[in-house]
Design a protein around this ligand. Structure first.
Ligand code: GLN
Length: 209
């Protein structure tokens, strides 16, 4: 069965490991190139994208990870992880780089001061519009989305499927979840809500790859 890594340089690695385990997936921390080489999929956790960017280079993970993404490695990025997957970044720091792979423009810290952290329920294509095999208490209805100084997808290329938008309020209509092939990204943090559906969706992507 597939092994999914969680990048363990900075951010909420532990929460993703727990969510993957709850989703029935074997999950391991990835901090070294040999650990990266051994996984069938990778989660880029939430945290601070500028710090993760620097540490990827320090730990000599940047190049092998870019190569594996180009080769089709399934990757799920939440929040800072979404930033790292973006081909184009707005409001990054002057020397900030992304890994790229997702044909999207992402705006960092997009929600501004008033709503820079907030929670909302939203519909997610491929997640809330289907029946899950082993239904749990979280399996019905919308996803509770927690945004913490989150990015949004400013625009997405033709090969990118928007999966969900902010339903109401000042940011209504903004894209906050996307998928393109083996790459999945959310602006929000399903790993801290106890709802494992997004991680189960990613596990399906990994199994199919
Ligand atoms: N604002 C952070 C960044 O720029 C992301 C926040 C998060 O991951 N919760 O990386």
């Amino acid at each position: 069965s597939p092994v999914v890594g969680v990048l363990g340089l900075q951010g909420d690695t532990r929460e993703h490991l727990r969510a993957l385990a709850a989703a029935g997936v074997e999950a391991v921390v990835v901090r070294r190139p040999d650990e990266l080489a051994a996984v069938h999929g990778l989660v880029l956790p939430g945290g601070e994208s500028t710090v993760i960017d620097k540490l990827l280079r320090v730990f000599e993970l940047r190049e092998p990870l870019v190569d594996r993404i180009v080769d089709g490695l399934p990757v799920y990025g939440s929040c800072a992880g979404m930033i790292l997957l973006a081909d184009r970044l707005l409001d990054g720091t002057h020397d900030q780089q992304t890994l790229g792979g997702l044909d999207v423009t992402v705006r960092r810290n997009a929600f501004g001061r008033q709503v820079d952290s907030f929670e909302t329920d939203l519909e997610l294509a491929g997640v809330t519009d289907r029946d899950w095999p082993s239904p749990g208490p979280e399996d019905g209805g919308s996803v509770h989305a927690v945004f913490i100084r989150a990015p949004w997808v400013e625009d997405a290329g033709p090969g990118v499927e928007p999966l969900g938008v902010v339903p109401s309020g000042p940011a209504a209509g903004r894209i906050v979840a996307v998928r393109a092939g083996n790459l999945l990204a959310t602006s929000f943090h399903p790993e801290i809500t106890g709802d494992t559906r997004v991680h189960r969706l990613f596990a399906e992507v990994v199994r199919a790859a």
